[in-house]
Design a protein around this ligand. Structure first.
Ligand SMILES: [Mg+2]
Length: 282
């Protein structure tokens, strides 16, 4: 059976930044965290994702802002978030119905590739919609019963690794047994989900390698920006549009009658139709 994949970034694509919401809940000055503390580390050569993960870990411990934070606390926090952008909760079922209406011999899968906290995203009420969720993970110290180490950090081109895993049909569980599974050679015509059957939606600079990869291989990319934030709109223009990396950029509204919501529905239908056409030809 042929499969389409719709792949989403998470933070500021499906909801406002969830890490900032976590920090704010624990009384951490979010503005200072990103613009002073994280920036100071980045200026020293830290990668953005490593910088924020280090700062989170530094805030864990008795008497510190995040206390004895565990991965289960991240999931619980994720489950309490309900600030999804309009239409997020219904888009998955809508896209499934569109694909089913085109053919019974087709399916659509959803994925998240995020530089945010995987355990938090896995706790959200929409997590059940996704075939896999890839994000940064932290490991717990069994003695201290709290998170202590960085287990996996997803940043920039690292995101494309997961597009290749999805493309080749490599599941997260496969990677536990074979950590370089992504490098396995698979002939183009035997890959589970061709890049041309993929649609990627993201808002940030870390999403650009994914946009570029899909564009090169006939897939689709949609940029998301917040029109209420001038900085976000400017970034969308400079980084996404001018560079010709995405089809178009839209405010984060997934309802059927909004620009992004309509384009996603039409794109899924178009990709589904073209798959059926090639099924008939072969
Ligand atoms: Mg984002």
């Amino acid at each position: 059976m042929d499969t389409l994949a719709v792949i989403f970034d998470f933070d500021e694509t499906l909801m406002p930044d969830s890490t900032s919401a976590l920090l704010a809940k624990h009384g951490i000055d979010v503005e200072r965290f990103w613009t002073e503390d994280a920036k100071a580390l980045i200026d020293q050569g830290y990668d953005q994702a490593h910088a924020y993960l280090r700062l989170i870990l530094e805030n864990v411990g008795p008497g510190k802002a995040l206390g004895n934070l565990r991965n289960s606390d991240l999931s619980k926090f994720g489950s309490e978030l309900d600030c999804y952008y309009p239409g997020v909760k219904t888009i998955f079922e809508d896209l499934r119905q569109i694909v089913n209406a085109v053919s019974n011999d087709l399916r659509v899968e959803f994925y998240i590739i995020s530089g945010g906290l995987q355990d938090l995203v896995q706790g959200t009420t929409i997590a059940k919609e996704f075939a896999a969720i890839y994000g940064c993970t932290l490991d717990e110290d069994p003695d201290k019963q709290s998170i202590r180490w960085i287990k996996r950090c997803i940043t920039f081109t690292e995101k494309t690794r997961y597009l290749f895993e999805i493309n080749k049909g490599i599941r997260p569980a496969d990677v536990l047994n074979h950590h370089c599974a992504v490098n396995t050679s698979v002939a183009e015509d035997r890959r589970r989900i061709p890049f041309k059957n993929m649609i990627y939606v993201g808002d940030g600079l870390t999403d650009i390698p994914c946009f570029s990869l899909l564009k090169k291989h006939g897939g689709y990319g949609y940029g998301v920006f917040d029109p209420a934030q001038q900085k976000s709109a400017k970034k969308a223009l400079e980084e996404f549009m001018r560079a010709d990396r995405v089809l178009s950029v839209y405010p984060p509204d997934f309802q059927a009658m909004s620009g992004l919501g309509a384009m996603l529905r039409i794109t899924v239908q178009t990709v589904a139709n073209s798959i059926v056409l090639s099924q008939k030809r072969s």
